[in-house]
Design a protein around this ligand. Structure first.
Ligand code: ZN
Length: 276
């Protein structure tokens, strides 16, 4: 029987690598083109989620980023197991992302202004906050206070990490008190809620900025829509927990489109200078 000859020609990328379907308008667009537009849909303005690397590239001045505590990684304090053991989940996430946990912190400049910057990684176990994310965020605010540079955090998280149980919930208090000390020292903190910012992250540092900003369309809230609807036995408005709804109800200071984020942060940082 004849067999097909083996070819060494490179396989074409699967179509999902080349094209991206917009959840906003359902149009299919050329991925490169969307990426060139900062991952904002050219048709409807939908803001696609960014990786940490993409966020840093469009936020920090070129060459200015210095990561702090990159090696910080946690263990499995509760020996937690669901359908998989927690260490196995961690290992997979670390392999896929190349980082120890769901946040990076560091220092950089934004249009020349020095900041302590934190960016959450939603691709790493849903950006969930366990001991390491909490510790990194707390250290970010400690660093900002010691160096008297403003702190900026881009949040994207499903909330506390259930695999670390109460130890995850404790992070909310720990990070919040680091922010309180930063505030006492009169060093500013700007929070940017990205899609999604929910649970224990929304209920702690993401909503504790001197200014709380958001990207357009970001989902922001504590409990999920279904949980609330079933609890209060009422239907919620369609745009409930969207950034626009929160802004209209006084929970946010501004919604900033991605194309304006850098210059907006730089402008705000020029006004909110740490008091000497
Ligand atoms: Zn679109």
């Amino acid at each position: 029987m004849p067999t097909m000859p083996r070819t060494e020609a490179p396989q074409p990328s699967p179509p999902e690598d080349l094209w991206v379907k917009c959840p906003g308008c359902r149009e299919i667009a050329f991925r490169k083109e969307v990426e060139r537009n900062l991952n904002v849909c050219l048709k409807c303005g939908y803001h696609h989620r960014l990786t940490v690397e993409q966020r840093l590239a469009i936020t920090a001045d070129r060459g200015s980023w210095r990561e702090l505590y990159p090696g910080l990684a946690g263990g499995d304090p509760l020996e937690f197991r669901d359908s998989k053991a927690y260490p196995e989940r961690l290992m997979q996430a670390r392999g896929a992302s190349g980082r120890g946990d769901a946040a990076v912190i560091g220092t950089c400049r934004i249009e020349g202004r020095p900041v302590a910057l934190g960016v959450m990684d939603f691709n790493f176990m849903g950006g969930s906050m366990g001991i390491v994310v909490g510790e990194k965020m707390a250290r970010l605010f400690v660093h900002a206070r010691a160096r008297r540079v403003a702190a900026v955090v881009f949040s994207a998280s499903g909330g506390a990490r259930m695999q670390e149980g109460a130890l995850s919930l404790m992070q909310m208090a720990k990070v919040s008190s680091a922010i309180a000390r930063l505030r006492d020292a009169r060093v500013p903190y700007i929070s940017v809620c990205c899609d999604p910012t929910t649970g224990g992250v929304a209920a702690s540092f993401a909503m504790l900025g001197d200014l709380n900003l958001a990207e357009p369309g970001a989902l922001i809230g504590f409990a999920g829509r279904r949980v609330i609807e079933q609890t209060i036995n009422q239907r919620l408005p369609e745009d409930f927990q969207k950034a626009e709804f929160l802004l209209a109800h006084g929970m946010l200071d501004a919604i900033v489109p991605r194309h304006q984020m850098r210059q907006t942060l730089a402008h705000l940082l020029s006004i909110l200078r740490p008091r000497r």
